[in-house]
Ligand binder design. Structure first.
Ligand code: PLP
Length: 413
């Protein structure tokens, strides 16, 4: 599976100057202050060691950390965030809840995040009970908990490439091996092919990203059923973008009854416009939830996170009000890309992958120079763009059109 990649020169050029080779990003002034306070000589800002000098786990050597650029551009459409802010009236209620929680922040939070699980069970519906819900700091941590419990050394996890770039990283961090399967034309997966690949690989954990990132591709529930029947392992359906799918699209939540190895994960980072709060969740059999308790850190969800998420869930319809608008922009982006001669792939998400880009690195840079940040996910002749507000989407389309047919080429400005 291709690793997440941006053209190398812009990443270097725009890297935060205080970022060391070890990935440490604290501003230098902060580090100086803490040395001073400890009575030690001031750190002179030079990097003194590299990973090669440290007794790092051998299986982590050579790996690259997740690193989508966080550049301060006017139009940032590279990590599939919801670019609409939380509505004012909801923000006020969240602030009230945070103020209340703050008064008791001297105590550890509710380890079982009871109110939050009730909120997610209500939101998801499908007859789910709170003991079927788990939550963590982003769905990345939710996925990590599953892998910690069911993958690990001597075990394997499997995903159909290209898919979410964190699956291999999270898998390897638990000491497990990641196996990349394949997709068909237009990045679709058929039930028969998927089941055959799973039978051959016999993974302990299977990721099904539905709809898929970075391609936007929908996934039929027949594929989920076929994969589940083809394995004795855990099957995760990652529905991070489910709210952007057509209203009548059935969720894998409908398949949970009677399937104790099936997990459906979701996030508040996308449709809910809550990426900065870091809240992800899943629904599964209560026994599977018990397994996750074995690996989570005690009190892993802070009282402030719980309070903010519970308050946001109370306003779910307002929080999700921009979904239709984003879907409208997504479809406008696809139609305009098509008219410009590119090849957008079908998307049930808040982003569009499009092919027909002659030189993705040059086009990425050309857009960057025009103040628009998109994602080069390493797929041939392709780039991925998040659907933003109407203004942001227009800015992207105008910038791309200004680069000429097929995007930017070296030597053509
Ligand atoms: C498919 C998929 N799953 C999970 C995540 C993680 O989301 P978060 O950790 O913000 O909940 C993302 C983020 O982009 C994603 O694309």
């Amino acid at each position: 599976m291709p690793s997440p990649r941006e053209p190398s020169s812009p990443v270097r050029r725009f890297r935060c100057p205080s970022t060391s080779r070890l990935g440490e990003t604290a501003p230098r002034s902060d580090r100086k202050l803490s040395s001073e306070a400890a009575g030690r000589p001031l750190y002179d800002g030079r990097v003194s060691a590299s990973l090669d000098d440290l007794p790092l786990r051998p299986d982590l050597r050579g790996l690259t950390p997740y690193g989508a650029p966080q550049a301060p551009l006017p139009v940032a459409l590279n990590v599939n965030e919801n670019t609409h802010p939380v509505p004012e009236e909801v923000a006020d209620d969240i602030l009230d809840s945070l103020a209340h929680a703050l008064r008791e922040v001297n105590r550890y939070p509710d380890r079982e995040f009871t109110a939050l699980r009730e909120g997610f069970a209500d939101y998801l519906g499908h007859g789910l009970a709170p003991d079927q819900i788990w939550a963590a700091n982003g769905s990345n941590e939710v996925l990590q908990h599953i892998l910690q419990a069911f993958a690990g050394p001597e075990r394997t996890a499997f995903g159909f490439a290209p898919t979410y770039s964190m699956y291999p990283l999270l898998t390897r961090a638990t000491g497990a091996t990641y196996v990349a399967g394949t997709r068909g034309v237009d990045y679709t997966i058929s039930a028969g092919d998927a089941a055959a690949q799973i039978e051959e690989a016999a993974p302990d954990v299977t990721f099904l990203c539905s709809p898929n990132n970075p391609t936007g591709t929908p996934l039929g529930l027949d594929v989920v059923e076929a994969v589940y029947d083809a394995t004795d392992g855990i099957v995760i359906v990652d529905e991070a973008y489910q709210e952007f799918a057509p209203r009548d699209a059935r969720s894998a939540l409908t398949l949970l009854p009677g399937r104790e190895r099936l997990v459906v994960s979701r996030t508040m980072s996308k449709a809910f416009a809550f990426a900065g709060a870091r809240v992800g969740y899943l629904a599964a059999d209560p026994a599977l939830i018990d397994a996750l308790r074995l690996v989570r850190l005690p009190y892993h969800l802070s009282a402030l996170t719980q309070a903010a998420a519970v308050a946001a869930l109370r306003h779910a319809p307002a929080m999700l009000a921009m979904v239709d608008d984003i879907v409208g922009q997504r479809d406008r982006i696809s139609a305009t890309l098509d008219a410009l001669g590119y090849e957008p792939f079908e998307s049930w998400t808040n982003f569009v992958l499009f092919a027909g880009v002659d030189d993705p690195a040059a086009t990425w840079q050309g857009l960057y120079d025009r103040g628009v940040l998109v994602r080069d996910v390493g797929l041939p002749r392709s780039l991925r763009v998040t659907a933003g507000t109407e203004e942001e989407s227009t800015a992207f389309l105008d910038a791309l059109a200004s680069l000429g047919d097929g995007g930017a080429h070296p030597g053509r400005s």
